[in-house]
Design a protein around this ligand. Structure first.
Ligand SMILES: *[C@@H]1O[C@H](CO)[C@@H](O)[C@H](O)[C@H]1NC(C)=O
Ligand SMILES: *[C@@H]1O[C@H](CO)[C@@H](O)[C@H](O)[C@H]1NC(C)=O
Ligand SMILES: *[C@@H]1O[C@H](CO)[C@@H](O)[C@H](O)[C@H]1NC(C)=O
Ligand SMILES: *[C@@H]1O[C@H](CO)[C@@H](O)[C@H](O)[C@H]1NC(C)=O
Ligand SMILES: *[C@@H]1O[C@H](CO)[C@@H](O)[C@H](O)[C@H]1NC(C)=O
Length: 465
């Protein structure tokens, strides 16, 4: 008789490569807003509640309200936190650097607030993320930002006196090192040049497309992203076919990693069959620069160096005679991406991306291919990703704001280990406590078991605003 443990063992062995390739971000703060208990999603991630004290999370708000609504597709969307006045989350960041920030909004009516009519701004100390934002429908906003110090402050500011803000859930986690490069190709009407320091920009994801494939959900993505099919964006007028690949995707050191693009995106593509152009078009707000990331993985060719194509952004030549075999170091089914930057200053508001036949390609082979496409908005010169105003113009500073800003810059500059800063903060805290009893939550004053005193002091200092 067969050992009943063998199938189990085989199953575990089969899972091993997947388990080892899982990305585990050094910082990973998942918050279910307005909730009193932890929420687990089907992708196994656990979101902590914001209603109970936590060493990594503090809410500064004098009058926030937690509400629950009807049950919905996601357990995250059963609750929300409403902010009738300017409020902020202070999050502890252990590893400063680039982070992904996702804000979930799921409006529902409550007896005193109709969340669909909220109107507010969301900002960090140096970046406007959303301005005059009205989430009238369920929406997820994703940003890639740099956190320079051990704290990330996310502020919610109602747009005017009688307005209010709300949020359903927040995700903040460290980005993989290779997610944002330093250089991209800046495409102009008549030439292409290198655009330096992409990595210094804050980005907002507008579109993330699995070309020729199905929707990829957070469950199946290495960074819990959602990739949607390209059908809504694909322009008629060319002859293409959808290609699917069941073999192994050949991830290679120094090229696109599995965190940058998952197998589920790379193993499908749209292939251009005639000597023409295939084009995708996207509505985007004008007045910003955009980063366009095109994901390629040659799952269509049988031999190397047969696939050549041209790339056009807004009809401008962005790359001529692109040879995917050459780019991947002579490998098929190997992921590679190219980043382009384009200015959308004209009023058309439509960003188009085309793949066209190259003079070098043979009429009997595929004329072009695309596997994935991401379009991200870059911050403008006033540090905004939404509108033309800097943070200072949208933040209504409370009376003690000066102390808060001063305190935060101390925290940024010296970190949480500086005794001086700690003492300074404690003095300020005592003063602020004496003056202001409108604390949202009582903070633990003893060192919790197993938690370093440092973290607890940090929490205490965050009390000041
Ligand atoms: C909530 O507000 C939205 C948008 O302002 C409106 O369409 C909707 O009817 C309102 N719902 C309720 C229950 O008042
Ligand atoms: C994950 O991917 C597998 C294989 O592509 C698919 O069968 C499954 O339905 C996906 N699961 C979710 C939750 O998207
Ligand atoms: C594809 O579009 C570009 C830009 O509009 C154009 O210059 C090029 O000739 C087209 N290529 C083909 C093969 O039609
Ligand atoms: C392709 O060939 C046409 C005609 O021979 C020429 O006008 C065009 O400049 C060539 N394009 C590229 C990208 O070499
Ligand atoms: C975005 O912000 C960074 C730093 O805050 C700044 O260096 C950069 O110039 C801004 N981007 C644009 C397009 O102005």
């Amino acid at each position: 008789m067969a050992d009943p443990r063998i199938p189990l063992l085989l199953a575990i062995l089969h899972l091993l490569p997947i388990v080892f390739s899982l990305f585990s971000p050094p910082d990973n703060l998942l918050i279910s807003c307005g909730s009193t208990s932890a929420t687990t999603l089907d992708d196994r991630r656990v979101f902590i509640p914001d209603s109970t004290p936590s060493p990594s999370l503090h809410l500064s708000s004098s009058d926030s309200i937690s509400v629950s609504g009807p049950s919905s597709d996601s357990p995250l969307y059963r609750t929300a936190r409403i902010f009738p006045s300017p409020s902020s989350y202070n999050l502890k960041i252990n590893h400063p650097g680039r982070h992904l920030l996702r804000l979930h909004f799921h409006p529902f009516p409550t007896p005193s607030f109709n969340l669909s009519s909220a109107l507010f701004h969301v900002s960090t100390p140096d970046l406007v993320l959303l301005s005059n934002f009205n989430p009238s429908d369920t929406i997820l906003k994703e940003f890639i930002i740099r956190v320079p110090c051990n704290e990330l402050v996310i502020s919610f500011t109602p747009a005017h006196q009688s307005a209010f803000a709300f949020v359903s859930a927040i995700e903040v986690f460290s980005a993989p090192a290779d997610l944002v490069p330093d250089v991209a190709r800046l495409v102009s009407p008549d030439h292409v040049e290198y655009f330096d320091l992409v990595s210094k920009q804050a980005l907002e994801t507008l579109y993330r497309i699995n070309v020729g494939g199905l929707k990829v959900t957070p469950f199946n993505d290495t960074l819990w992203r959602t990739w949607i099919p390209d059908s809504k964006f694909f322009m008629p007028g060319s002859q293409t076919k959808v290609e699917a690949f069941s073999g192994r995707i050949n991830y290679r050191e120094g090229r696109a990693s599995r965190e940058v693009v998952p197998d589920n995106v790379e193993n499908t593509a749209r292939v251009l069959e005639t000597q023409s152009n295939m084009t995708w078009a996207f509505d985007v707000p004008t007045g910003f620069r955009y980063l366009i990331r095109m994901h390629f993985c040659d799952i269509a060719s049988l031999v190397l160096n047969e696939l050549y194509f041209n790339i056009y952004i807004n009809g401008y030549s962005a790359y001529e005679d692109f040879d995917l075999s050459d780019a991947t170091g002579q490998f098929l089914a190997s992921p590679f991406y190219v980043d382009f930057v384009i200015d959308m200053v004209d009023d058309s508001g439509v960003l188009s991306v085309s793949i066209g036949a190259s003079n070098l390609s043979s009429p009997s082979w595929a004329q072009g291919l695309l596997n994935g496409l991401e379009i991200m908005k870059m911050n403008n010169s006033v540090g905004s990703l939404d509108g033309e105003f800097p943070v200072s113009a949208i933040l209504v500073k409370p009376v003690k704001g000066v102390f808060g800003v001063l305190g935060r810059s101390f925290l940024c500059g010296l970190g949480f280990v500086s005794l001086f800063a700690v003492v300074f903060m404690l003095v300020l805290r005592l003063r602020s406590e004496a003056r202001n009893a409108l604390a949202w939550a009582r903070l633990p004053t003893e060192v919790q078991e197993g938690k370093p005193a440092k973290g607890n002091l940090m929490l205490t200092t965050k009390f000041i605003y």
